[in-house]
Design a binder for this molecule. Structure first.
Ligand SMILES: [Zn+2]
Ligand SMILES: [Zn+2]
Length: 252
């Protein structure tokens, strides 16, 4: 199994997960032109994608999905709540998932789990090929025992490190937005992400990626340092899915 990021952050998210002949696109917050260019950068194309899976209906995750799914006839998988937000338009094959029930798309098994975030029915996922497990956790405001259980014993983990709390508190956002981002249904700070990581079984972890970093209220070095401290590793070992550059293919 392998994965890559087309880009990650509040200006757009998209992740590829590939196993055997199956390639999933998880979220797509980029325009068609941007998406096609970013796929080409990863030496692939939309024609190679089998399905799109959506975490939730916020624009940075869903803005590009409708047009891409129509152009390439891709089925879109999401919870009923995400579909009910009605952000995709017509002419799309919709596959409704239950956020507690495992399902398979081709060669990839997907275990969804609900997370506290200010969307209708947000889910994050663990992907498995029957041997290795890749966990994805972004857009979550606070930890839950359930998400920690799901993400334990993964071989690879993509983990939100949205903001440094001091940078957010001292930043230019209006107070209401600071409260939303930093709230229990907002986004994880570096400290919160490190706290979650420290509660997981990380004995199998060979890949760790910090994701959904705020460009205004975080730096890659701060996020990497926070996660590296928990792992007892050097900061360089923690990868970052960059907003502009994404992250190249990584084998799990
Ligand atoms: Zn987001
Ligand atoms: Zn969101």
């Amino acid at each position: 199994m392998r994965f890559a990021s087309l880009g990650s952050g509040s200006r757009g998210n998209a992740t590829l997960v590939e196993q055997g002949d199956t390639c999933l696109l998880v979220d797509c917050g980029f325009s068609m032109k941007e998406t096609e260019a970013r796929l080409a950068r990863l030496a692939t194309s939309a024609a190679a994608i089998d399905a799109v899976l959506i975490t939730h209906e916020h624009g940075d995750h869903i803005n590009g999905v409708g047009a891409l799914a129509r152009k390439y006839s891709l089925p879109v998988w999401a919870t009923g709540g995400t579909f009910a937000a009605d952000r995709l338009g017509e002419g799309i094959e919709k596959k409704r998932i239950c956020s507690h029930s495992v399902f398979a798309i081709g060669d990839i098994e997907v275990q969804p789990f609900p997370v506290p975030h200010d969307a209708r029915e947000p889910s994050q996922f663990v992907f498995s090929n029957g041997d290795k497990r890749l966990g994805l956790l972004t857009d979550v405001g606070s930890r839950t025992p359930h998400l920690e259980e799901q993400l334990s014993a993964c071989d690879a983990l993509i983990l939100e490190c949205n903001h440094d709390k001091a940078m957010l508190d001292n930043g230019e956002y209006p107070l209401s937005l600071k409260r939303r981002v930093g709230g229990d249904h907002g986004h994880l700070s570096n400290v919160q992400a490190a706290d979650i990581l420290g509660r997981l079984d990380t004995s199998k972890l060979t890949q760790l990626v910090a994701a959904h970093l705020s460009e205004k209220h975080n730096t890659p070095a701060l996020a990497q340092a926070a996660l590296a401290e928990v792992m007892g590793c050097s900061s360089d070992w923690v990868a970052v899915a960059d907003q502009q550059r994404g992250l190249g293919w990584r084998d799990v």
